[in-house]
Design a protein around this ligand. Structure first.
Ligand code: ADP
Length: 446
């Protein structure tokens, strides 16, 4: 299948001006990560499990056999090239498929196998002797629903009796239709139409209710309300809830706890650990021009594999890139005005090494892994809407340099007292020293 052929519908596009902060569109970012990813991301971070009932044993499995799946499903899993479960899978799956069913709220970074995890649990629960929808999976956008559906279809390859149906734009049903598919994967609006408006299936008969990408979901206007409305018709007694998300800020957690009754939660342990193998520096610069000089200096002395430079606005990104290009550096630029296809093309070129530097904005701050990158420069420090330090984005940006046990360097360019303060706040938040770097004398960088 050609998954690269995706474009984002206009309703999910952010409208940004050049000199405004380039905002992350979570759905786009997440889709990009899914498309571009070539495999599983292994992280050192361990998971933290909180059970409602401390006596209920929670065990993990090291092999897919140990899950005692239907042989056809196991064949499907192996057919996808999975040999052993990932961390989130080994932790969550035994609980997800055990009887009696238990509700779960789970967190793990993008690319760590969440989709494969809940898809397998969904398929395990299907009862093909019953001809009506039993499993409902809500995704925040059309494109993400299709991605999940493709995983489900591949995993169910040897279970032809399982019928999967997309409830997304472009899929229409006649009034009076009664669906006989077992699994519905769709977006909240369409699912609401089919269930509550057309009565094509009965929400109270749903035995597995999955909310995928909960963080993206609630960032999407109106989706939270639609989920809540659908949830009113789900039978809390007989339905198993599975909620998956890459991040859990306060809003996501509130939503999760509102929707999911008495869940077992699996959350990432202190994310700070990710920063362990990254050396962090800051450089004092008087203004934007000097910041540019600092980059040029760093370039002169450090053997750089590849670098990613983060700017706050598209305007700065384009200013910086033309300046660097003029001086003969090969640079790529990735910012919010590009379509998903264009972004993929830029990333592919960078990944193949055509450019050594990628200049970008916050649109790239989520989980894109490019192994060769060993230096990340924050041309502007990440701030939230209120201009306070955005530690989560900082972690997303620089976290990627130190993946796979390699050492990375993060350099923060400071051009005002305000940005110095932000730098200190970040340092304090993670409890990891950010050292002063004297660019004139850069022996300090190993
Ligand atoms: P997430 O939903 O957390 O973003 P995915 O489930 O999409 O992650 O998995 C990320 C990538 O890793 C996908 O390409 C998927 O096919 C692959 N993958 C998932 N589970 C395994 C596994 N157990 N072994 C090998 N590859 C896996």
């Amino acid at each position: 299948e050609n998954v690269n052929n995706v474009s984002i519908s206009n309703d999910t596009k952010t409208i940004n001006k050049d000199d405004e902060p380039d905002e992350v569109n979570l759905a786009e970012a997440s889709l990009l990560v899914k498309i571009i990813r070539k495999g599983l991301i292994e992280t050192g971070t361990s998971l933290d499990i909180q059970r409602k009932d401390p006596n209920s044993p929670l065990y993990s499995v090291k092999s897919f056999e140990a899950l005692h799946l239907k042989p056809e499903l196991l064949r499907g899993v192996y057919g996808m090239g999975y040999n052993a479960p990932s961390k989130i899978q080994e932790t969550a799956l035994p609980t997800l498929i055990a009887d009696p069913p238990q509700n779960m709220i789970a967190q793990s970074q993008s690319g760590t196998g969440k989709t494969a995890c809940f898809t397998l649990a969904m398929l395990t629960r299907v009862d093909t002797t019953k001809d009506y929808p039993q499993v409902l999976c809500l995704s925040p956008t059309y494109e993400l629903a299709i991605q999940t559906g493709e995983v489900a279809a591949r995993m169910a390859k040897f279970c032809p009796e399982i019928r999967i149906r997309y409830a997304v734009r472009g899929e229409d049903i006649q009034r009076g239709t009664k669906l006989t598919d077992h699994v519905i994967i769709g977006t909240p609006g369409k699912v609401q139409d089919w269930s509550l408006k057309y009565h094509a299936f009965d929400l109270s008969k749903i035995t597995v209710f999955v909310l995928d990408e909960a963080d993206v979901m609630i960032a999407q206007q109106g989706h939270q309300d639609q989920c809540t409305r659908l949830n009113k018709h789900i039978s809390k007694k007989t339905c198993q809830y599975m909620l998956f998300s890459a991040t859990y800020d306060k809003k996501v957690m509130e939503f999760a706890e509102y929707i999911v009754p008495s869940p077992i939660t699996i959350r990432l342990k202190k994310e700070e650990e990710v920063l362990d193998n990254i050396k962090q520096y800051y450089v004092r610069c008087a203004n934007q021009e000097i910041k540019y000089q600092a980059i040029a200096n760093i370039y002169g002395v450090v053997t750089i594999g590849q670098a990613i430079i983060f700017c706050h606005t598209r305007k700065t990104a384009s200013w910086l890139s033309s300046k660097m290009a003029k001086e003969g550096h090969s640079v790529g630029v990735l910012s919010g005005e590009l379509t998903v296809e264009q972004r993929l093309a830029v990333l592919d070129r960078f990944r193949e090494g055509h450019e050594k530097v990628l200049i970008t904005t916050n649109v790239l701050s989520r989980g894109i892994d490019i192994e060769q990158v060993n230096i990340v420069v924050n041309f502007d420090l990440p701030v939230d809407r209120d201009d306070n330090a955005d530690c989560e984005t900082y972690l997303h940006r620089i976290g990627r340099t130190g993946r796979f046990g390699k050492h990375g360097i993060a350099i923060n360019l400071i051009d005002s007292e305000k940005s110095m303060q932000i730098c200190r706040d970040i340092e304090k938040h993670f409890g990891k020293k950010i050292m002063l770097l004297d660019v004139e004398n850069s022996d300090e960088i190993e």
